[in-house]
Design a protein around this ligand. Structure first.
Ligand code: C2E
Ligand code: MG
Ligand code: MG
Ligand code: MG
Length: 291
């Protein structure tokens, strides 16, 4: 840059320096307008009870269809939204959209919505959740909020307070991606979770017979822990019959994974929500709607 400036040219950086920071800024600006432009949507993935293969509910997963870049993964833009101060608005939009959609599902089908630690630690979070429950008419015990271990990095007292208020509101709480974060067991002692979601990294390939595979042992330990504490378990990322069978044998109470269905749009999900069971490998086994 100095050399270029020295030659009196209006070049302040090399093309390679341009890329990352500027591209990030550009993406952030576009994300800021994504809701108004109708580029965000919510897809829903079935969560199935291991016994009986009944649909327990669906997890709401945000999608961003960028006009020129195509689909951008939430694994990329959710962290960006968090850093740019946009996650509150996006997260609230996802919650409102999902609850409205769930109001068209049978009464026993739950909706699970991810809550960023930044949303959870916002002082207005309980009122925000209560407001959207009220607007949608969805019973509080049908809403499951998925929270990661990241929430425990914040001030302990206000975190405890928020947990207590959300429980009082009657919503269910899930600990998402269990085993990948700080994995301190201290918070399992005090936070009133209803469910532990076992992270995909322990689930995928768990049935492999390789002698170095410790996943089954870890899953077994998590199940024992959860049962002792009176919590449900859900295995994320089940793709194969072998893994599904192992998950069953280990006593995991729920399964979420491509074997039962990929995230699908609201319209497809509405139809599926009205079926009693699905079978491994998908949608060809959709039952007639219940009346
Ligand atoms: P998550 O909450 O752990 O969601 C599960 C992710 O695993 C989803 O990815 C889902 O599509 C994927 N998945 C489920 N079953 C399988 C499987 O059998 N195989 C494979 N390979 N993947 C499977 P997705 O939709 O890309 O979301 C990624 C992450 O982005 C989520 O992980 C969550 O942390 C975040 N996210 C998504 N939507 C929201 C949202 O509305 N708010 C917030 N705060 N975060 C969100
Ligand atoms: Mg989740
Ligand atoms: Mg997860
Ligand atoms: Mg995850």
């Amino acid at each position: 840059a100095a050399k270029a400036a020295g030659r009196g040219k209006h070049i302040f950086y090399e093309p390679s320096m341009h890329s990352e920071a500027a591209e990030r800024q550009q993406l952030e600006n576009e994300l800021r307008q994504a809701i108004e432009r109708g580029e965000l949507s919510v897809h829903y993935q079935p969560i199935v009870r291991t016994a009986g293969e009944e649909i327990s509910g669906f997890e709401a997963l945000v999608r961003w269809q960028h006009p020129t870049r195509g689909a951008i993964s939430p694994a990329k833009f959710v962290p960006l939204a968090e850093e740019a101060g946009l996650i509150g608005k996006i997260g609230e939009w996802v919650l409102a959209t999902s609850l409205e959609e769930a109001s068209h599902w049978p009464d026993h089908v739950r909706v699970a919505v991810n809550l960023s630690p930044l949303q959870f630690n916002d002082p207005g979070v309980v009122a925000m959740v209560a407001e959207h429950l009220e607007t949608s008419g969805v019973r509080p015990d049908r809403l499951e909020l998925e929270i990661t271990e990241g929430v425990f990095l914040a001030d302990g007292d206000s975190t405890d307070d928020t947990f207590a208020k959300l429980k009082k509101l009657g919503v269910r709480l899930s600990l998402d991606d269990f085993g990948t974060g700080y994995s301190s067991l201290g918070y399992l002692k005090k936070a009133p979770f209803d469910k532990i979601k076992i992270d995909q990294s322990f689930v995928r390939g768990a049935a492999s017979t390789s002698s170095t595979n410790r996943n089954a042992a870890i899953i077994r330990a998590i199940v024992t822990l959860a049962e002792t504490l009176g919590m449900d378990t859900c295995a994320e990322g089940v793709e194969t019959h072998d893994d599904l069978q192992l998950i069953r044998e280990l006593g995991v109470s729920m399964v979420q994974g491509y074997i039962f269905g990929r995230p699908a749009d609201g319209e497809i999900t509405r139809r599926l929500a009205n079926t009693v069971t699905v079978e491994a490998d998908g949608y060809q086994c959709i039952r007639e709607p219940r009346h």
